[in-house]
Design a protein around this ligand. Structure first.
Ligand SMILES: C[S@@+](CC[C@H](N)C(=O)[O-])C[C@H]1O[C@@H](n2cnc3c(N)ncnc32)[C@H](O)[C@@H]1O
Length: 223
């Protein structure tokens, strides 16, 4: 009996420690994203491929009532979840946008900044997505891409370019973005406790991106 009470107490303490450490890590990442994207109250920001809206909620809170958050998704169930989540958090400064594999769905020149967290390597047609991101950003707009070097043990993604695993190498991402009208302004390789994760920050440059994909990187598409 005493043994099981102390075992239960131990499990509860471990669960609490895990919760505290995840909450702390998430808050620290939100701060780093906000700093990378130079987010201020009143900013207009997109969370592209927003998933369940966890990061959209944090960004919408950060930019305040005078700002606006666009959360984009290709999955309609997730779009509903984002809407429900942000409304439940009392937020009204947001729009949930439906995208596809060639378009973000964002209005032209709408955003000061955009976040792509663990999304870029899911793009089935990265070249048109890059062109559309360029179109959606204001002049000098910032783009933070949080991603991961290719993971061989993770599930294979259908229809995405073959990059040697689930993820994308840093140099390949820099090359692809550079060919589409984005200059690298910061490279964070210490992004999280997972040393394979990184964050690259790009700035939109004035020249319009070339319409064609880079054949050396994108010829190897699967599916
Ligand atoms: C690994 S999840 C990341 C979710 C969230 N950004 C996060 O960090 O928790 C990738 C998400 O990207 C979405 N996605 C994939 N391709 C997309 C596209 N072309 N446009 C918008 N979202 C896309 C998927 O539906 C999925 O919810």
């Amino acid at each position: 009996m005493t043994g099981s009470i102390s075992r239960n107490a131990c499990h509860a303490l471990l669960a609490l420690a895990l919760f505290v450490s995840c909450t702390w890590a998430r808050a620290a990442e939100v701060d780093r994203i906000a700093e990378a994207l130079e987010l201020r109250p009143g900013a207009v920001v997109a969370d592209v491929g927003a998933g369940d809206g966890e990061w959209s909620e944090a960004l919408a809170e950060r930019i305040g009532a005078s700002g606006h958050l666009f959360a984009t998704e290709v999955d309609s169930d997730l779009m509903d979840r984002i809407h429900t989540r942000l409304e439940a958090a009392g937020l009204i400064n947001f729009t949930v946008v439906e995208g596809d594999q060639e378009r973000t769905g964002l209005p032209e020149g709408c955003c000061d900044a955009a976040l792509l967290r663990m999304v870029y390597h899911h793009f089935e047609r990265p070249a048109p997505m890059r062109a559309d991101l360029w179109r959606a950003l204001k002049p000098d707009g910032l783009l933070a891409i949080v991603d991961i070097v290719p993971q061989k043990g993770w599930r294979e993604l259908d229809k995405v370019p073959d990059r040697g695993g689930h993820g994308i190498p840093i140099d390949a991402l820099v090359l692809e973005m550079g060919g589409s009208g984005f200059e690298l302004v910061a490279r964070h390789t210490d992004w999280s406790a997972d040393e394979d994760r990184y964050c690259l920050v790009f700035r939109k440059v004035p020249d319009p991106p070339a319409p064609e994909p880079e054949p050396s990187l994108e010829a190897g598409e699967k599916g």
